[in-house]
Design a protein around this ligand. Structure first.
Ligand code: PLP
Ligand code: COI
Length: 368
């Protein structure tokens, strides 16, 4: 049974909501990942029943079978998207349908059922209704929404699950690196690879991130905040970062690696590809080697580089570090191209500019 477009939800809210003072204290400086809201949504899927048991619940630890497939074999996919308080008090998510579709593609890649777009949107609407007071209005903040789908069958047989749970959590956040953070330093090592042809690189599956942590630790040992992933075959071609896509700026020309199947098709990346020409910039999707990046730092042709993603928004890259070299990008400071794109993108997300592409998805109306 597929849930109808107007999914019916069972709603259980927290018995005692936290006070306004407590809410203000918790959300004053919300580091990424730390300030979760009071509710979550849940739905289940089984081969016999399809999607069912759609519920809004108080945020709480889960009970799980220790033999759960998702836990043992990593059959887990997730999404990351944001909702923003609009000037009239309403709440809009950015490109929610695109996130829903990527969630479906990630699920399909891991042999999981694809959550219907209507269920995804209805779940977001329910969560935002339950946690409306958590949606911040501060310019630097947003509500980060984290859908996750995982296999729950209590069975160690090595095969895809037949029972799944979908959860959506929400948290209040500043940008990933903190508001007004200086440009990041990035580490391009040759020891590890994130994704190979035919692998899961273009899916947002949990295992991709677990596999990257060791390189993240290596990056930190070299004084860097992020890893630049190079292709697995030659360790030569720039692909993306741990949770962001990459753009290099040669003056007004933006270059980004093409979607080769091994990198995540970022929705912020797609937005930059649309917005940049509207700002008079040119964009090229082509392969970029690490040598090109280093040479362009040295001959001055590379004026800026930035990372982009839902959590990071648009974050300038100041330094590129490898086993043998450290290069500064431009003068090491945020550049005008990244600044313009960030202002344009966040203006759209926050409802401060017209939305010609229909990217804002209203989840809740103005305060009544
Ligand atoms: N690449 C990876 C590996 C990511 O985890 C993310 C974040 O979701 C991105 C790129 C950027 O994607 P998006 O702009 O859709 O957030
Ligand atoms: C995002 O930008 O939404 C991400 O998923 C990056 C990371 C926090 C996993």
């Amino acid at each position: 049974m597929v849930l109808p477009a107007t999914t019916s939800w069972t709603r259980t809210t927290v018995r005692h909501r936290i006070s306004d003072d407590e809410l203000a204290a918790r959300t004053a400086r919300p580091a990424f990942g730390e300030v979760l809201t009071e509710h979550m949504v849940s739905a289940r899927w089984s081969a016999e029943r399809g999607w069912h048991d759609a519920e809004v619940l108080p945020y709480a630890p889960l009970t799980m079978d220790p033999a759960m497939v998702g836990l043992h074999y990593g059959q887990v996919v997730f999404e990351g998207m944001k909702a923003y308080r609009q000037p009239d008090g309403s709440i809009a998510a950015f490109r929610a349908v695109d996130h829903a579709r990527r969630f479906q593609r990630s699920a399909a890649r891991l042999a999981m059922p694809e959550p219907p777009v209507e269920l995804f949107l209805s779940a977001l609407t329910e969560l935002v209704a339950a946690d409306r007071r958590w949606v911040p209005s501060a310019e630097s903040q947003s509500l980060y929404l984290r859908p996750i789908l995982y296999a729950v069958d209590p069975c160690l047989a090595l095969r895809p699950g037949a029972q799944y749970r979908l959860l959506i959590l929400a948290m209040v956040t500043e940008t990933f690196f903190g508001e007004g953070a200086p440009p990041v330093s990035v580490w391009a090592g040759s020891r590890y690879a994130r994704a190979a042809n035919g692998g899961t690189g273009e899916a947002k599956c949990a295992g991709n991130y677990a596999g990257g942590f060791v390189a993240q630790v290596e990056a930190a040992e070299h004084g860097c905040q992020q890893v630049v992933w190079l292709d697995a075959a030659e360790h030569r071609w720039v692909e993306e970062m741990g949770g962001m896509n990459i753009f290099l700026c040669y003056g007004d020309q933006l270059v980004t690696p093409p979607l080769s199947g091994t990198l995540l098709p970022g929705i912020t990346r797609a937005s930059v590809l649309t917005l940049a020409p509207e700002l008079g910039l040119t964009v090229v999707e082509r392969k970029v080697s690490l040598e090109e990046w280093q040479a362009a730092c040295r001959d001055g042709s590379l004026t800026e580089a930035f990372a982009c993603g839902t959590a990071a928004v648009i974050t300038s890259i100041g330094r590129l570090v490898t086993e043998s070299d450290t290069d500064t990008i431009g003068d090491g400071n945020p550049g005008p191209v990244a600044n313009r794109l960030r202002a344009t993108l966040t203006g759209l997300q926050r409802g401060l500019a017209a939305d010609p592409h229909g990217w804002r998805q209203q989840l809740a109306g103005p305060d009544s």
